[in-house]
Design a protein around this ligand. Structure first.
Ligand code: MSP
Length: 471
């Protein structure tokens, strides 16, 4: 049995979850469920990133103790992940005392690549990082992601010497030893590695208290990325435990905005620690709403809980896994969502299940249960290439083909004409193919798959309610 370790980016807990956060979870969940389907044992990490200036300030503004504030929000994320029906196995919070302790051990192991220096430069408070002069010029002094002017900042920090690893990183990415997906992002990253400066990884304590203390230096706390990225291995017990059972990860899922940290700083850390690199880092695009970036000030933030409560979890998963491309930016509009719900989920799939189950049950046909099933090669290739939205298209074509087969073969006429054997073969064949399609559907729509498989157990019982009721 293969062991597969899958990870997701850990969100900052300075607000409630929004639909954008769902992408990492949904994509990683499809990957995890697919690997279980083909017989692998899966470890699946999720969690929350709880340190840093922005979170501290938000808690302060709300007049809350920061510990209480992060605990409250971590619960919201845990609840959200459960509502998304994500089959994770482990949840980590970066404020867990075990994580903090292991993170300090990781820092100590990296010490020969860390140095202290004064730095003056342009800084983005949104990205929480210093900006190169080149970026400053290219963006005309304003961060394109946060629409905030860069600030001049001078302070004493610890730095992580990325320069020590540039050659190794370039080699690993170029050779696909570390596969960066999609390919056009890999090319962007290779350019960035060359220009990548050393990264600041601490802040003076008088400026920030809310972080993991730097070992052997009371005056500094760790800042964001070493702490956050370490979660992928501290959750396995590194460095106090041998993690080779699960590490290297099979797949790490992140958004395009944080790919550079995962494809540069993270491999540098792993090289510094003498650990192997993950096999794949898959980066998804951003969810836009009506063509625009989601933002509270524009007032276009889509609340995922509202979508799930209104339309059900599989309707949510359906839209974000099929109509949102697995790699590119994609748009959410209520109109597109509602069209997909009624034309595809309710008409294509809901009707298929309803009418086939009715025909099978009315004609008292016994279906073949538990038939062994090999996942088709084209589906496998797409799933293993992380092209989930395309794999989902393929599954959907099979669902539409089944509908066409019913229309063409007209089993109701066979019943009317008393063609008993022909009818039995026809309906048995259709039911058995639907059950096979349901296996391929299971990583995407687990709840619906379970319903279909229950309906098509002998004696077949048509659902009393449509699987996707008219809204
Ligand atoms: N805390 C860091 C990640 C550390 S991982 C060691 C972080 N947090 S975040 O809350 O800003 O983002 C968490 C994830 O959500 C990232 O993968 C990010 O790309 C994703 N998304 C946030 N907004 C998004 C959209 N509008 N659309 C799609 N994904 C988005 O970065």
């Amino acid at each position: 049995m293969n062991k597969t370790y899958i990870t997701t980016a850990i969100p900052y807990v300075n607000g409630s979850p929004h639909v954008g956060h769902a992408m990492d979870y949904c994509l990683a969940d499809v990957c995890a469920r697919y690997h279980r389907l083909v017989g692998d044992e899966v470890k699946f990490q999720v969690g929350t990133d709880e340190h840093g200036g922005k979170i501290f300030k938000k808690a302060e503004d709300l007049g809350k103790k920061v510990e209480d504030y992060v605990a409250e929000n971590a619960e919201k994320f845990r609840d959200f992940i459960k509502k998304l029906n994500v089959s994770y196995t482990d949840f980590i919070r970066t404020t867990d005392s075990n994580h903090e302790h292991l993170c300090q051990e990781i820092w100590k192991k990296l010490e020969q690549h860390i140095y202290k220096a004064k730095y003056e430069g342009w800084y983005c408070t949104g990205c929480e990082r210093f900006i190169t002069d080149k970026e400053y010029e290219e963006n005309h002094g304003v961060c394109p992601d946060h629409q905030k002017p860069y600030e001049k900042l001078e302070e004493e920090n610890y730095y992580f010497r990325i320069a020590d690893f540039k050659e190794q990183i370039t080699k690993a990415i170029t050779s696909d030893e570390l596969l960066i997906l999609p390919d056009f992002r890999k090319k962007e990253i290779l350019k960035l590695v060359e220009d990548s400066p050393d990264v600041s990884i601490s802040r003076p304590r008088e400026q920030l208290t809310w972080g993991v203390p730097v070992p052997n230096d009371e005056s500094q706390v760790m800042y964001v990325w070493i702490d956050a990225l370490s979660n992928y291995i501290t959750i396995l017990g590194y460095p106090e435990k041998d993690i080779s059972e699960w590490w290297p990860a099979t797949a790490q899922f992140v958004g395009k905005d944080i790919l550079r940290f995962h494809a540069i700083i993270w491999p540098a850390m792993l090289f510094g620690l003498g650990l192997p690199l993950p096999k794949t880092i898959s980066s998804h695009g951003m969810i836009l709403v009506d063509g625009q970036k989601m933002s509270k000030s524009v007032g276009n933030v889509v609340d995922p809980i509202e979508v799930i409560e209104k339309h059900g979890i599989d309707a949510f998963r359906y839209y974000f896994l099929r109509h949102v491309d697995s790699f590119a930016d994609s748009d959410f509009t209520w109109e597109k969502f509602e069209n997909a719900y009624s034309n595809e989920l309710a008409n294509d799939l809901g009707n298929l299940v309803q009418r086939l189950a009715t025909l099978v049950s009315k004609n008292k046909i016994e279906v073949r249960e538990n038939e062994s099933f090999e996942t088709p090669e084209d589906y496998k290739t797409l799933m293993e290439g992380f092209e989930f939205s395309k794999a989902f298209d393929l599954v959907w074509e099979k669902i539409q083909d089944l509908n066409k087969r019913i229309d063409n073969e007209k089993p109701w006429e066979m019943a009317k004409n008393g063609e008993v054997e022909k009818l039995e073969n026809c309906l048995k064949g259709l039911a058995s193919d639907l059950l096979k399609v349901s296996e391929m559907l299971s990583p995407f729509l687990p709840e619906t798959t379970e319903k279909i498989q229950t309906i098509f157990k002998n004696p077949v019982t048509p659902p009393k309610e449509p699987l996707f009721p008219k809204q």
